[in-house]
Design a protein around this ligand. Sequence first.
Ligand code: DHB
Length: 394
Amino acid sequence: MTRPVTRTQVGIVGAGPAGLMLAHLLHRAGVDSVAVDSRSRTEIEQTHRAGILERDSVRLLVDSGVSDRVLREGYQHEGIALRFNGVSHRIDFEKLVGSSVWLYPQTDVFMDLADARARDGGDVRFGVTDTRVVDTTGDRPGILCTDADGLEQEIRCDILVGADGSRSMTRHEIPDRRQYYREYPFAWFGILCEAPPSAPELIYTRSERGFALISQRTDAIQRMYFQCPPDEQVEDWSSDRIWEELQSRVAGEDGFQLKEGRILEKSVLPFRSFVCEPMRYGNLLLAGDAAHTVPPTGAKGLNLALADVRVLAEVLQQVIVEGRREALDDYTSRALNRVWKAQHFSYWMTTMLHASDDAGEFDVRRQLGELETLTGSEHGAAYLAEAYTGWPHG
Ligand code: DHB
């Protein structure tokens, strides 16, 4: 039996936020695409990821017509608190750089994008298996897979995009790639709980027991994280132990206490910095986590993926609509410029706020000196505010 062949202009491996946003932007530029993903839509919707959108990520969602739900149901935050030595210091984004961020979880971004693709009649295939890409340097590259009904499928296109996440299979098609890594001696223990917010804005805390982040989801559901060893076992943590740990990390002379509630979900999040270079080989281009991952401190992962895709949509429009193939040559350098700035920011936020077992007294005092420098100086705080709210897109 011969398998059915679908012809399209762009074949996208990965239908998470990066793949779907790309498909959406291409559709608006008159370029058609097919996106495939090994996960089901429900599986993607049930994966908890970060919750902060940079200003230009929000603009991209709204201005490109994906949805304005972020403006109605998200929460605009004009600052964060940095807490150390038991005292909170507010970083006022609006005052420092005239910008802000929105608390709006990645799962909601995904749902908005999946709905927009469905509304516009996009071809998105979830739950495929045995995905392979072929002929990445030829003129008819393709994706071979088995669809959710068990039928073999072939998708032939002009350009292939790998938006298949940190465990990317497409990345391995780039033969002479360089990979840059940084491993960290810790991870995050994350919880979702049923409680009112403990504070109006996010709190990033450094304590002697390690880092903690007090984030939010809604008026009734909160998201919190605390630094833990990479091999931490979720089962070893009862609710009482989790609350005791979180409370001790935020405790201080101001008597601040978290509002506790039933824990709905707990998990350990991996932690590493990674960049693959180049992000293109022949007719294959990578976007988002497939090409780079950042540690979660500062919530840059999704924002970087959306920034990649904005550049990539522009490049593909030049190639496909205007016939300017040379535009492909600039993709890596245009995308990596922002990637390395975000790598630095995420690394810096991480090392400034986490406790490390091999840190000596000098390191601890230097770290506190760094936090004092930052919170005591408008110039220092403005760098954090600018990077956190996001460098303007293009
Ligand atoms: C969240 C996650 C982050 O890594 C961060 O820096 C801020 C917020 C979150 O999940 O809410």
